[in-house]
Design a protein around this ligand. Structure first.
Ligand SMILES: *Cc1c(COP(=O)(O)O)cnc(C)c1O
Length: 476
């Protein structure tokens, strides 16, 4: 592809994206392809001869789009949003164009330093305590990971290293009987992290939650910690959830920190909800006690308009990360690293290589401004509050838990089968897409608002379609 051809096709791709966005409203949210359909439509081998780029775009239209569930659709309410935005896409495109590999400071000083500044900006915007900032005295700072799962895994690995006084890189896990804690509502990435770290899933204690709030029962955590210590286990890692995936429940980080009392590494998983702290009205609830945690993760790639992937992990003491993850082969030795004046981000996550992800977050923070981001979060919260009203106004439905920010969890009073059947009928209609969960053993639907495209009219249309689906299920 010549530079001229690149310009022409580049414009065509941007046009394609803008057209795709305009067409979203008309498309069924959930893909309707059968398993294997997309694969069968594609040749088994790469073309021997070069093909024009236009033919790829044609196949995207003909084969890929029908095989997509449209995450950017205004009526995508399933899971949590993976919100893309024009600013983030352009920032990401710049990153691709620059094509830098920022594994260490020396391989692209700006890749590292823009990231340090941008994660500090976000930390300040959310009211994260000063100790987590690169700019503050001390060894705090943030780093962009691909996902919260990786961030949590990394924090766990650092906790292992810290618990052994930094000896684990050479000596492995040894004979420690470590235990890991989270509520029964903790994200599955906690158990997965324990499995990947070689601790095994059995070491993870699922602490019961308050049946009403779904937040961790801190007294139960205290009892479990005491029992484990009595039984010769070593509490290693406690995860507090600020905004659980199932219902958006917020654990009391401050109380949990008191219960842990320095016995273990305290990690806060605020993957979805954390970014809402850019709004002062949510900050107290989301940030209370966070100064007592050693690490905190939130995903700008969920609600904060930053095209996947972008998850930020902050730590109060980066020496505990680098102590666990640093290894310097000869070919990476350089004067800047040895001076101790720079951050080498390869020591802050599992992999070596890294993209210039900070560009898209920088683009988002500058293009929307904190004012714009607050407005976006508030829109989502207001629309979810409207959904909550709609649920309350139809006595066939009931709320399962209190609305958490922009997440509403509800069901049909008629029971699990009716709830799931109505949701599936809505999803099959193509009008909207909701996902389900189980709360205290009973099925519920989740409606998570978060796209910048979603309007009140989208909520109305979804609600009308859900009411129709409920009528079908309940027999008129
Ligand atoms: C989404 C989510 C995760 C996992 O996020 P990834 O970035 O996809 O790994 C973890 N914890 C919570 C609370 C989440 O909502």
């Amino acid at each position: 592809m010549t530079p001229e051809e690149f310009r022409r096709q580049g414009h065509a791709v941007i046009d394609w994206i803008a057209d795709y966005w305009e067409s979203l409203d008309e498309l069924p949210v959930l893909s309707r392809v059968a398993p294997g359909e997309v694969r069968r439509a594609l040749p088994a081998a790469a073309p021997e001869h070069p093909e024009p780029f236009d033919s790829l775009l044609a196949d995207v239209d003909a084969i890929v789009v029908p095989g997509l569930t449209h995450w950017q659709h205004p009526r995508f309410f399933a899971y949590f949003p993976a919100n893309s935005s024009p600013a983030a896409i352009l920032g990401d495109l710049l990153s691709s164009g620059i094509g830098a590999q920022g594994m260490i400071w020396a391989t692209g000083p700006a890749v590292t330093e823009v990231e340090q500044v941008v994660v500090d900006w976000l930390a300040r915007a959310m009211g994260l305590p000063e100790q987590f900032l690169h700019a503050a005295p001390g060894r705090g700072g943030g780093v962009i990971h691909d996902t919260a799962s990786t961030a949590t895994f990394t924090a766990l690995v650092a906790a292992i290293s810290a618990a052994t006084g930094g000896r684990s890189p050479e000596q492995g896990l040894g004979s420690h009987r470590w235990t890991v804690y989270g509520s029964t509502q903790a994200h599955s990435s906690l158990v997965k992290a324990a499995m990947m770290a070689g601790l095994g899933s059995d070491c993870v204690r699922g602490i019961q939650v308050d049946p009403r709030t779904q937040a961790m029962d801190v007294r139960a955590l205290e009892r479990q910690l005491a029992d484990d210590v009595d039984d010769g286990f070593q509490p290693l890692f406690v995860q507090a959830a600020v905004g659980t995936t199932s219902t958006g429940a917020v654990d009391d980080v401050e109380e949990i920190a008191m219960a842990v009392d320095g016995l273990a590494w305290l990690h806060v998983d605020a993957a979805w909800a954390g970014v809402a702290a850019v709004c002062p009205e949510h900050r107290d609830r989301l940030m209370r006690g966070v100064h007592l945690a050693r690490s905190f993760v939130t995903n700008p790639h969920k609600w904060l308009l930053t095209t996947f992937d972008c998850s930020v992990l902050w730590v109060r003491d980066s020496a505990l990360l680098t102590g666990a993850l640093s290894i310097t082969p000869e070919y990476l030795r350089n004067a800047a690293t040895e001076s101790g004046e720079v951050v080498d981000y390869r020591d802050w996550h599992p992999q070596l290589g890294r993209r210039f992800r900070a560009l898209k977050l920088w683009a988002v923070l500058r293009t929307y401004g904190l004012e714009g981001l607050r407005a976006h979060i508030r829109d989502g919260v207001a629309l979810a509050a409207y959904v909550e009203e709609l649920v309350a106004s139809d006595d066939r439905f009931e709320l399962v838990t209190d609305r958490s920010l922009s997440l509403v969890v509800f069901r049909l009073r008629a029971g699990d089968d009716a709830t799931l059947a109505a949701m599936e009928a809505l999803n099959a209609s193509g009008v909207a897409y909701l996902s389900h969960t189980r709360v205290e053993g009973r099925a519920a639907m989740r409606l998570a608002v978060g796209s910048w495209r979603t309007t009140r009219a989208d909520v109305d249309r979804t609600w009308a379609a859900l009411q129709e689906a409920a009528e079908g299920v309940l027999g008129g």
